[in-house]
Design a protein around this ligand. Structure first.
Ligand code: 6PG
Length: 236
């Protein structure tokens, strides 16, 4: 595991974008699972602005590690956020965008998406393997949409599962822990003071850290890189 600490969210976005651009160079085809939330907005803005015409987006296929079960036009939609901050600014073939259909029945969509991953991705011991999974971490220690109150979903037998947000009750479709840890690369993008406590507990393996889903990300077969800003790393 590698931990990179930068000045602020903007520098995290700039350094991650450089890392991403280097990863996709020379790739014939590259399958990446995106995360949602607010941190990726800055990352996508930098990717579009600095690398919009430097990356051959036709080789990159976009998926999501998790999606809220809402319409793609809903402000809660991770897909909608990605269109606004990235896809609307770059030349990416629409067939390269594999969104989770938040408008569908959650259980049916989890099955459909799991099948899609099986078809589109190489498999390692039966588990679809992404070239890169981008993750965020909530201030409760969740990652993708695996929340502490239902951490057993990390070990769901299916590649994709239906989760429930602990406060809002909103349904989510998420990839499970095996898909995350089978990725060739996992990049954690964690910024802000409100993440510092959990970052410290997880990285210093403090009492009870295993109850946070983010602590279970290991990237068994590849490289795990944490991109932190100084605020999120302030207790390290
Ligand atoms: C989501 C994300 C989620 C996110 C964390 C961190 O759909 O909300 O996938 O796991 O990464 O909540 O979000 P911030 O970057 O907004 O803190």
């Amino acid at each position: 595991m590698e931990v990179k600490i930068y000045k602020d969210k903007q520098e995290v976005a700039e350094r991650f974008s450089k890392y991403f651009a280097e990863l996709v160079t020379d790739a014939q085809i590259f399958h990446v699972a995106l995360s949602g939330g607010s941190t990726p907005k800055v990352v996508f803005d930098v990717l579009a602005k600095e690398y919009g015409n430097k990356i051959d987006w036709a080789n990159i296929h976009f998926y999501w590690g998790d999606e809220r079960c809402v319409l793609p036009s809903d402000n809660d939609s991770n897909y909608k956020m990605t269109v606004e901050h990235l896809f609307s600014k770059i030349e990416v073939p629409k067939e390269n965008i594999h969104r989770i259909l938040g408008e569908n029945d959650p259980n049916n969509e989890a099955m459909r998406y799991a099948n899609l991953l099986e078809i589109n991705l190489d498999r390692v011991e039966g588990i679809p393997q992404f070239d890169l999974v981008i993750l965020g971490m909530g201030d409760d220690g969740h990652t993708a949409s695996i929340f502490p109150h239902e951490i057993e979903l990390w070990d769901a037998k299916d590649h994709c599962l239906v989760a429930t947000h602990p406060d809002s009750g909103q349904k989510r479709v998420s990839i499970n822990g095996k898909v995350i840890n089978t990725a060739k690369e996992v990049a954690f993008l964690v910024t802000g003071e409100n993440k510092a406590e959990k970052v410290d507990e997880i990285h210093n393996q403090k009492e009870g850290y295993e109850k946070y889903p983010a602590s279970l990300v290991k990237s068994d077969s590849g490289q795990l890189v944490w991109f932190l800003d100084k605020e999120a790393a302030s207790n390290l």
